[in-house]
Design a protein around this ligand. Structure first.
Ligand SMILES: NC(=O)C1=CN([C@@H]2O[C@H](COP(=O)(O)OP(=O)(O)OC[C@H]3O[C@@H](n4cnc5c(N)ncnc54)[C@H](O)[C@@H]3O)[C@@H](O)[C@H]2O)C=CC1
Ligand SMILES: O=C(CO)COP(=O)(O)O
Length: 355
């Protein structure tokens, strides 16, 4: 087996690798569970000592996964240097708001050539940075990957059949993650369009909120299909203008993740939209959720960015008006329905009117 620091191919032909999962929430727990069941030693970092103790003593993370027991060699710790120091590969499931600070404060702990994979589906407020860009800036000597796809944590921990995408430029990173995570209920597909895969994962959260709102309003099945498909058109238009490959949006990280989060109340973003659609204030809906709904932050950033670069995003604008400007839901729906009728697939028939 190669030295942990060298840049040669990572040997994952044997089970029993040391991996770290950073972030003790729903998705960190789900990935820790898969890795533990796959025979790896999981150095599972979280801030909260009581939570680490509970997992150490009972295998249960009662705040986020009360019905699930983490099995295998799971080693909870509140020492990030210890987790990263022992790991060959690091998975990061820290919400986007805290992602850079956690990595920056501990940047000296990451080794040259160490594989670091972001699981986070969000965008940084200042500078519109994605998590892989933050990793590139803070720990440039690591080898970076992004995991994204239709991956509801609650289903993964129940071993429901699931597929995901590992995006990385380095083929060894892609192969390593496929071998570490792949099992009878989880398939890991590969992509090289890191920016597209990552942006798709962040953007779809916005449309999940829209879909939840539509569902609360009983807009009907046709409306649901319209919203999902126009959401896909809008998010791919935006992402392509920033350099993503449009074909990525045909894959699991694009349309796949859009479908699952726009159709399932298991999605936290969908649930926030549903609550607002039923008249609840946004702050109350978020407080009641008690977990992260990245879409409410991503919405603000994408609205600003799309206006700055001149990309037409009527669903983003409409949702922003509802959530942040107090616009009435029916007025926004009416204005969307009465706007100029245009091209269906604009990669085939270009839009004729820009706004
Ligand atoms: N839950 C899911 O189904 C999926 C979530 N994701 C993404 O994973 C990321 C994390 O989400 P979840 O685990 O679901 O969120 P969560 O709300 O369930 O848990 C967030 C975790 O991050 C921790 N945290 C927050 N700030 C921190 C800080 N400054 N330092 C250390 N830890 C901190 C919290 O204590 C908590 O343990 C999000 O970007 C989400 O979009 C991706 C795929 C699926
Ligand atoms: O990204 C997810 C599923 O792929 C999870 O979505 P929520 O954050 O809306 O729960």
């Amino acid at each position: 087996m190669p030295e942990k620091n060298d840049r040669g191919p990572t040997d994952v032909s044997q089970t029993g690798h040391d991996v770290a999962v950073l972030g003790g929430g729903s998705f960190g727990s789900a990935m820790a569970k898969v890795l533990g069941e796959n025979g790896h030693t999981v150095h599972f970092w979280m801030r909260d000592e009581a939570q680490a103790d509970e997992i150490r003593n009972t295998g249960i993370n009662s705040r986020y996964m009360p019905d699930i027991t983490l099995t295998g060699d799971i080693q909870p710790t509140t020492s990030l240097p210890e987790a990263v120091g022992k790991a060959e590969i690091v998975f990061v499931a820290i919400p986007s708001k805290a992602f850079r600070s956690v990595i920056r404060e501990n940047s000296s702990e990451f080794r040259e050539g160490q594989i670091v994979v972001s699981l986070t589906k969000g965008i940084e407020e200042h500078g519109f940075k994605l998590m892989s860009e933050i990793l590139q800036e803070e720990i440039p000597r690591s080898r970076i990957g992004v995991l994204s796809g239709p991956n509801l944590a609650g289903e993964i921990v129940s071993q429901d059949l699931t597929a995901t995408v590992i995006a990385a430029k380095d083929p060894d990173v892609r192969r390593t993650v496929q071998e570490l995570l792949g099992c009878e209920y989880l398939r890991v597909y590969a992509n090289v369009d890191v920016y597209g895969v990552e942006l798709a994962g962040a953007l779809k959260n916005i449309y999940a909120i829209v879909a939840g709102l539509a569902s609360a309003r009983n807009l009907g099945e046709n409306a649901k299909a319209m919203l999902i498909t126009r959401g896909l058109a809008e998010m791919s238009r935006f992402a392509v203008s920033l350099g993503a490959n449009p074909m990525t949006f045909m894959g699991l990280a694009g349309v796949g993740d859009l479908i699952v989060t726009c159709t399932s109340p298991k999605s936290r973003n969908y649930r926030v939209g549903y609550a607002v659609g039923n008249g609840q204030a946004l702050d109350d809906a978020v407080a009641e959720l008690g977990q992260v709904a990245e879409g409410i932050y991503t919405l603000k950033l994408v609205k600003e960015k799309s206006e700055a670069i001149g990309i037409y995003m009527p669903l983003v604008r409409g949702l922003y008006e509802i959530l942040y400007d107090g616009a009435s839901i029916s007025a926004v729906i009416n204005s969307l329905m009465m706007s100029v009728q245009n091209s269906d697939v604009e990669f085939i028939l270009p839009r004729t009117i820009s706004q």
